[in-house]
Design a protein around this ligand. Structure first.
Ligand code: PMP
Length: 384
């Protein structure tokens, strides 16, 4: 039996996506490829909720995060990076690597960014902040940042907003154009129900103006090369694309859009609610406050005196369910249950059952066995 991936990516693949990958390679400078790639681009625009082209890279999400620093700024430019966890910190590291002058605004793990505070920093800025980087859904802490207000604030300012939506796009609402997010970055292996290996970036008109003055070095990552190839009659990529992965994401996007973007947002919110019900019945605590707790990943604090890494390993080795532990300084302190992409309520039920048993095996007994699972089942039963 394959392991059930209840992790925050990579996520399980629908059978149709797996099938799409078992085909002969086609050449990418052909009408046949252009047909698939154009459809992918059109569907990506729908999922990104943008009229702009979405650039496709053979890379993981981090590659596109790096590219989004390299394409819009020059050495010494000042940027504000908001971090609520590991992936916000990654943006800080990337920006520093390329010699940007980084103003860091960090929040304790489990907290969301306070947007009013960030706007205040921008209002009182004397260092000519050119860009703001923020994570939409911080996978390491299970927190979703309320970015809409920040995006709307920045819309008419001479600064661009760059959002890491690697773990949220397609599962948590992000209205790229309506809110005015200039650059949105995501990856194939999360809500898009596709394998790892592709990264996608949308670029606003305002961001293209910033591109023109950017002096940081780039070759493979030069966004204009990708944009130019999308503006051709027969769309393709400047370099050899990951043809098989593009076939896969073509199907993943189609499945997602057939189901409906709005429906998918609701479905993820519901999976999160069901998980939270179980957490209550386990007498455990979420790491974030409920209002910021993510729709795609639930971060749960380890109970006092319990080896939560052992719990995670039992779930994996004995029950074939993969959930995630804590990253960086949260290692051993939390367990994270992903409910992202091609997983449903019954996958979640099974996960909670095995979580109950694994907790018991590790000595945590402060709950009524079966109650967490029952809470989920009763909620599902309301809709029968
Ligand atoms: N940002 C976020 C919010 C993520 O969840 C991840 C992956 N866990 C990344 C960035 C990095 O993506 P990748 O591992 O594909 O480079």
């Amino acid at each position: 039996k394959p392991k059930l991936l209840m992790t925050p990516g990579p996520t399980p693949l629908p059978p149709e996506v797996i099938t799409a990958m078992s085909q002969q390679i086609i050449h990418h400078r052909t009408k046949e490829f252009a047909e698939i790639f154009s459809r992918v681009n059109e569907n990506l625009k729908k999922v990104f909720q943008t009229k702009n082209n979405v650039l496709t890279f053979a890379a993981s999400g981090t590659g596109a995060m790096e590219a989004s620093a390299v394409n819009f700024f020059s050495e010494g430019d000042t940027v504000l990076v908001v971090s609520v966890g590991v992936f916000g910190d990654r943006f800080i590291n990337i920006c520093k690597t390329f010699g940007l002058n980084v103003i860091e605004k960090k929040y304790p793990h489990g907290e969301a960014a306070n947007i009013d505070e960030i706007i205040d920093i921008l209002e009182n800025d004397k260092s000519n902040i050119k860009g703001v980087f923020i994570t939409h859904n911080e996978t390491s802490t299970g927190v979703t940042n309320p970015i809409e207000k920040l995006a709307r604030y920045l819309k008419d300012k001479d600064k661009i907003l760059i959002v890491d939506a690697v773990s949220s796009l397609g599962a948590i609402d992000l209205k790229t154009d309506e809110w005015g997010v200039d650059v949105v970055v995501t990856g194939s292996q999360k809500a898009l129900m596709s394998p790892p290996g592709l990264a996608f970036v949308s670029v606003s008109d305002k961001a293209w103006e910033f591109y023109k003055t950017s002096k940081l070095r780039k070759f493979y990552w030069d966004f204009k090369k990708y944009q130019d190839n999308l503006l051709k009659e027969s769309q393709d990529t400047p370099f050899t694309p990951a043809v098989t992965l593009i076939r896969a994401v073509d199907v993943g996007l189609k499945l997602l859009l057939d189901y409906g973007l709005e429906n998918n947002f609701k479905r993820h919110t519901r999976l999160a609610k069901l998980t939270q019900l179980a957490v209550d019945k386990l007498n455990l605590e979420l790491l974030p406050k409920k209002e910021y707790s993510s729709a795609v990943i639930t971060a749960i604090k380890a109970p006092e005196g319990i080896d939560i890494e052992k719990v995670r390993k039992i779930m994996n080795q004995k029950y074939d369910i993969m959930v995630a532990g804590g990253q960086a300084n949260l290692k051993g302190k939390i367990i994270r249950i992903g409910h992202m992409g091609y997983v449903d309520e019954f996958d979640l039920l099974k996960t909670i059952q095995c979580f109950e048993l694994s907790l018991l095996e590790c000595g945590y007994k402060n709950f009524e066995v079966g109650e967490p699972t029952k809470a989920i089942l009763q909620e599902i039963a309301k809709e029968v």
